[in-house]
Design a protein around this ligand. Structure first.
Ligand SMILES: [Zn+2]
Ligand SMILES: [Zn+2]
Length: 488
């Protein structure tokens, strides 16, 4: 198979290595040496996104979508994040980093609150970006943050420029030490994207993209075939990585995959076509892609219609608990409340393979009541979905289990985790269909047709046979958990 990620997963390879070392290198000593070497390669990075810090939360409440007469100290589901929530998130990341060790942070944008253009300015946005950048730098000293801008960070909102601009220059200067390479700082100043070496992982490179250039509300770039030349640059970076034997992690704000539930398409159609084609053409060097913007927790496979060229896409849930409200004559449409969240990803420094992630959160209601943020683990990917890792193959296995309406446990979990919600909401069949179809298709028409087919199937379903992985998955997970703990 063409895709490098469809090779046997790293931990199953690792398990074979352990078994081989036991017989070849020499019993227990060989086993310990090999396991210790593997443990040194397994490390972690943070994914923080959509902080949306509202510095008016306790005064004019400019981000709030409803009246909040007694705002909680850590925030409110109708509003963006107060500073105490931002600082609490950074403090939690710092504590865990001291405990476990973390190589780097990816920060995928939307740091500015949902505030109307007439109530803010570029200068105010830059102050907020500086405040949050400084908090991350102070909380995680010496750990690089590979950061991207989100659509709300621009002024006016969503209008990312396709060439040198004041925001790129100011933020490039702000993030200079994290980007670390002068040529790449200049690259950022001319379009808001850059490439970087990955700390502690010389066989990896990271492309921090500016996908706001493709966002469907961006009027500046709507008619451009390749805004800021980012497509051409991506191809060059991916080819260079391949030639030098590196794998690539791609990060950015607006994802190409559809928002689930709802099947919302974020990209201009022409840009989406070019973007996904580049991913498909270079899927053998792409370790994974990570985005924000959805505010929902999600994972998908971006792939050609025949299933080739597949790349994983993960979206991490937001720090902000904000729920949207769209006012309509027929009645308001309101979004779901989110609990604040931050994600820790385990990966292999040598191969770039993504092994697992741990999703942390706080229950905002309890936190405000107790006036204390008790960050806790909501779930871990491997355990929750009973797969051996975060590879394309594992995601395909998950979606295979739910395609005929079977595997409701998985879609129920997806529904619950997607909003990081303590609310136990029923997961309706249409949402299950959108989870499945949006997980394997990136084209809106295909998703809509797929959902209708799904609904027909589940309404006439007979119990289907589960995947044949039923025996092997628990065995692999047990072994990989033992290795992943690194008890020495
Ligand atoms: Zn956002
Ligand atoms: Zn956004």
């Amino acid at each position: 198979m063409a895709n490098g990620l469809t090779r046997p997963v790293s931990q199953s390879s690792a398990i074979m290595g352990v078994i081989t070392s036991f017989f070849v290198v020499g019993g227990v000593q060989g086993l310990l040496l090999t396991t210790r070497a593997m443990c040194l390669l397994i490390s972690r990075f943070w994914h923080i996104t959509d902080v949306h810090y509202d510095n008016t939360y306790f005064t004019s409440q400019l981000s709030c979508n409803d009246d909040v007469p007694s705002p909680g100290p850590y925030g409110d589901y109708w509003c963006d994040s107060p500073w105490r929530l931002v600082q609490s998130t950074v403090d939690f990341m710092a504590d865990k980093t001291r405990e476990l060790g973390v190589d780097f942070v990816i920060w995928t944008g939307d740091t500015i609150a949902h505030i109307k253009n007439e109530d803010t300015s570029l200068d105010e946005n830059l102050v907020v970006l500086h405040n949050v950048s400084a908090a991350l730098e102070a909380g995680l000293p010496g750990i690089p943050v590979y950061a991207s801008l989100g659509n709300h960070d621009f002024f006016p909102d969503g209008q990312a420029e396709a060439n040198v601009s004041e925001i790129y220059q100011a933020v490039g200067d702000m993030w200079r030490d994290w980007i670390s390479n002068q040529a790449q700082v200049q690259r950022f100043e001319n379009g808001g994207f850059y490439a970087t070496a990955v700390r502690n992982a010389p066989k990896l490179r990271l492309l921090a993209l500016n996908t706001n250039l493709y966002y469907h509300v961006n009027k500046v770039t709507a008619e451009m075939a390749d805004p800021a030349g980012q497509f051409q640059w991506m191809k060059g970076q991916l080819q260079e990585a391949k030639a030098s034997g590196q794998k690539v992690i791609i990060t950015g704000h607006v994802p190409a995959g559809l928002l689930v539930p709802g099947a919302v398409d974020w990209f201009h159609p022409r840009h989406k076509k070019s973007f996904v084609q580049i991913l498909f053409d270079h899927s053998d060097v792409i370790a994974a892609t990570h985005f924000g913007h959805d505010h929902h927790d999600g994972f998908k496979v971006l792939q050609k219609p025949d299933g080739s060229g597949a790349v994983s896409q993960f979206t991490a849930p937001s720090v902000t608990p904000w729920r949207y409200r769209i006012r309509r004559p027929s009645g308001d449409e309101v979004g779901n409340p989110h609990n604040p969240a931050v994600r820790l990803v385990e990966y292999d420094r040598d191969t770039g393979e993504h092994l697992d992630y741990h999703q942390y959160f706080i229950n905002l209601t309890d936190t405000n009541t107790q006036n204390r943020a008790n960050w806790a683990k909501l779930y871990s990917f491997k355990e929750a979905y009973a797969v051996p890792d975060m590879s394309v193959n594992s995601i395909k296995v998950i979606y295979d289990r739910v395609k005929d309406g079977e595997g409701k446990d998985y879609t129920d979990q997806f529904c619950r985790f997607s909003l990081v919600s303590a609310l136990e909401k029923p997961c309706e069949d249409r949402v299950r269909g959108e989870i499945y179809c949006g997980g394997i298709h990136h084209d809106k028409t295909k998703v809509d047709n797929c959902v209708e087919d799904y609904l027909k199937r589940v309404n006439h379903a007979t119990p289907a046979t589960r995947s044949g992985l039923g025996f092997f998955v628990p065995v692999l997970i047990t072994l990989s958990v033992l290795i992943g703990k690194c008890y020495f």
